[in-house]
Design a protein around this ligand. Structure first.
Ligand code: PLP
Ligand code: CA
Length: 304
């Protein structure tokens, strides 16, 4: 191992890097926006890349919205040229996985927000109805007979009863166990943190004694979705830009893409350097090839 990676790049170096790439993959939160606020300069960067003929796609582990809502969010924040086909969310990719990869026949028990359920419905995948059983307990609640998969995403209405039902479904070895993502937590603008769906998946992994198949970053599946929907996707000509080492940078490594860490989100330079000094190959997969302070640094690459 050497000191490859973590190279801080600016204007001309960014320009040279972009010249070798025709696909730009952007993580969303922490890269192009933070919550409901666009990162300064991100709109101009995204628009410039699209205008220069680059293929731009967005890969987000946030499973709470259907893609349609993302189009509205992009618009609201000023990214007016982004289309549905450019958005790859962990909820959309979960629906593709259930429909096209495992071809699930039966119902899916979903722990997640309405947006996740909507995305599955759009793909024609039946979900177990959330019944109103105000007084039901784990001893007497109804269990659906034909549940062939449990899918865990972000759920701000998580309950012990949902966890209990999911663990019962997973007793059946033919029932698949999927997670939209395993993000541990997310920063909130207030300085507080939001527990991520990884924390819910972990609870169910313990209760069921099973391991979930992960759909979102760092799993390769999202890249397979992109490759199957665009023609001529060559990993060597793709650039993955993200803010979290354990998801975005590892995703890039897993898919053979060059990676850029931007410092407007979760991970900072010190953490990246620590991984870069590690002797473990698994740690070194988290090291970004390049680092920028903010996506706005890309603007300097467009001057002249
Ligand atoms: N999941 C949830 C529920 C979130 O709130 C966030 C970020 O705010 C994410 C996932 C991470 O999204 P991304 O992959 O775009 O950083
Ligand atoms: Ca992010």
């Amino acid at each position: 191992f050497g000191l490859k990676g973590c190279q801080k790049i600016r204007g001309p170096q960014i320009r040279n890097l972009l010249a070798t790439k025709d696909f730009i993959l952007f993580d969303c939160d922490g890269v192009i926006w933070n919550g409901e606020t666009a990162i300064t300069g991100a709109v101009a960067v995204v628009n410039s890349l699209i205008r220069r003929g680059k293929n731009v796609v967005f890969v987000t582990n946030n499973s709470t919205r259907p893609r349609e809502n993302y189009v509205h969010k992009f618009c609201r924040l000023g990214f007016t040229d982004v289309m549905l086909e450019q958005i790859f969310s962990s909820s959309y990719c979960s629906a593709l996985y259930l429909r096209d990869v495992v071809k699930v026949c039966g119902q899916v028990f979903v722990i997640g927000c309405d947006g996740l359920r909507r995305e599955l419905q759009e793909a024609g995948i039946p979900c177990v109805e959330e019944t109103d059983e105000p007084n039901a307990t784990i001893f007497d609640c109804a269990l659906a007979p034909d549940v062939k998969a449990v899918l865990v995403g972000h759920d701000d209405k998580m309950t012990f009863l949902k966890l209990a039902k999911a663990s019962c479904y997973l007793r059946d070895p033919d029932c698949l166990f999927l997670a939209t993502d395993t993000d541990p937590w997310h920063p909130l603008s207030s300085g507080r943190i939001l527990p991520g769906s990884g924390s819910l998946t972990a609870a169910l992994e313990v209760a069921s004694g099973r391991k979930a198949t992960v759909i979102g970053k760092p799993s390769r599946f999202m890249f397979e979705c992109i490759s199957s929907q665009f023609s001529g996707v060559d990993p060597a000509q793709c650039l993955m830009i993200g803010d979290r080492l354990q998801t975005d940078m590892l995703f890039g490594s897993n898919c053979g893409l060059d990676t850029v860490l931007t410092l407007t989100g979760v991970s900072q330079m010190e953490e990246a350097q620590e991984y870069s000094n590690s002797e473990l190959t698994s740690d070194r997969s988290l090291v970004p090839d390049y680092v920028v302070d903010t996506i706005a640094d890309f603007l300097l690459a467009f001057d002249e």
